[in-house]
Design a protein around this ligand. Sequence first.
Ligand code: ADP
Length: 253
Amino acid sequence: MSGMHMADAPVLQATGLVKAYNGKPALRGVDLRLQPGELVALLGPNGAGKSTLMQLLTGLFVPDEGRIEVLGHDLRHDAPRALAGLGVVFQQMALDLDLSVRANLLFHADLHGLPRRLALERMAQGLAALGMEGQLAHPVRTLSGGNRRKVELVRAMLHRPRVLLMDEATVGLDPASRQQLLQAVQALQRDTGVATLWATHLVDEVEGADRVVVLHQGLVRFDGAVDALLAATGADRLEAAFLQLTGPAPRIG
Ligand code: ADP
């Protein structure tokens, strides 16, 4: 997939990102680029810096050094336009449990200034695509963990972003729901061409990605296709390749 888009401008570009907490570095010079329509897995063990990176990319924190552009708009200097190009599913659930699916989604649609009729159309279509038609009136509290995440996915796509950020969105889900969510994102990628950054510490979630970026101790240890990761490490399985990269070995690839 990525090969077809090589000539296109990146939809997301982060350059030289540095971020420390009280002098302790969490990101030590990270470059990241997403081409239109790519599904990129951001793989790293706990503490690698994935959340920090996501928080910088969503404009929640400002990097100590480096810059971020979404669709060519600088996140620091033109935040409204940059953020309009981003859809985000956060690690922590961000729905009001007491409100209906409809009310939760409309709240987000209003934040983005979507006309009501268009919002309702997209909500219905988004839920249907995820097998959740007819659940608009349900209070979020009554939904399974997997379905809550699907509602968050529909919400993230309501304003039709070109870039989707999934910050360890499968944490706490059972294996079947994890698989379903990943498949939902892959279907979205196919149908809408949205570029996705999928952060995870789980190697088995990486297999369907066009590219994998391995983050460890605040540095990119590998950036390339899944096959290339195996070839570069000489490992025959992803798990082994990942362990090799996130151990004390030097950067390769
Ligand atoms: P990951 O998401 O890959 O688990 P994080 O970005 O959460 O990694 O963490 C990267 C490093 O930054 C870790 O050493 C973590 O302890 C530290 N860190 C993360 N958030 C904070 C914070 N709010 N205050 C201080 N240290 C933090």
